[in-house]
Design a protein. Structure first.
Length: 189
C-alpha cells in the first residue's frame, strides 16, 4: 500500500505541475491556486500538500521551464550541424514566446520569482552566443551578423508577446521566418 500511495503522490505532483504550467503560461502567474486545483480536478488542500505555497508552485513551474530550456540548449550545442542547431534554437525560442507567454515574462523580469533564475538565464545567453559563433565559423551566418544582432532578433520576437494571443502566434511565426532569412546566409535560408 505504501508504494502505491507514493506512486499516486508522484503522479499527482506531476499532474499539478503540468496543469499549473499550462494555466500560468496561458493566464499569467497571478492565477489563484484554487483555479489550478479546479483545472487539475483536485482539491485545494491536495495542491497545497504538494506545494505548500503559491510561490512554491510558481517556482517549481519556472524551474521546470528553465531546466527544459537548458536541456534544449545542451542538445543544440551537441549538434554537429551549427546551422541546424542555431535555426532550431531560434525556432524553439519563438514557439515558447507564444506557448509560454506569462512564464517567459516572469523569467525576463516582470515577476519576482524570475530573479532566482538569473544565473541560468545568463548561462543560456552564453550558450546562445556560442551557437552564433559556431554558425559563423561554419559559414551559416551572413558576414555582417554579430552575436548582438542575433540577440536583437530574439528581442524582436519577444516584443510580439504583447499582441493578443490569437494574433501573436502567426505574427511571431512570420517574424521568425523573416529574421532567420535575415541572419542566415543564402545557402542556410
Amino acid at each position: 500500500m505504501t508504494r502505491k500511495r507514493r506512486t499516486d503522490a508522484e503522479d499527482n505532483h506531476r499532474h499539478i505541475l503540468g496543469v499549473a504550467r499550462a494555466a500560468f503560461a496561458a493566464d499569467g502567474l497571478e492565477l489563484p491556486v484554487r483555479e489550478i486545483a479546479r483545472r487539475a480536478g483536485m482539491g485545494v488542500a491536495t495542491v497545497y500538500r504538494h506545494f505548500p505555497s503559491r510561490q512554491d508552485l510558481i517556482s517549481a513551474v519556472l524551474a521546470e521551464h528553465v531546466a527544459r530550456c537548458g536541456a534544449e540548449m545542451r542538445a543544440a550545442l551537441a549538434d554537429p550541424d551549427a546551422r541546424r542547431a542555431l535555426r532550431g534554437t531560434i525556432r524553439r525560442f519563438s514557439e515558447r514566446q507564444t506557448r509560454d507567454r506569462a512564464i517567459n515574462e516572469a523569467l525576463l523580469g516582470s515577476h519576482s520569482a524570475g530573479a532566482a533564475f538569473a544565473d541560468e538565464r545568463r548561462a543560456h545567453a552564453e550558450a546562445f552566443a556560442l551557437l552564433v559563433r559556431r554558425a559563423r565559423e561554419a559559414g551559416a551566418l551572413r558576414d555582417d551578423v554579430s552575436v548582438t544582432d542575433a540577440r536583437v532578433a530574439l528581442l524582436a520576437i519577444t516584443s510580439f508577446r504583447a499582441l493578443p494571443a490569437e494574433r501573436a502566434s502567426s505574427a511571431i511565426e512570420r517574424l521568425t521566418d523573416l529574421l532567420l532569412r535575415g541572419v542566415l546566409n543564402e545557402e542556410a535560408a
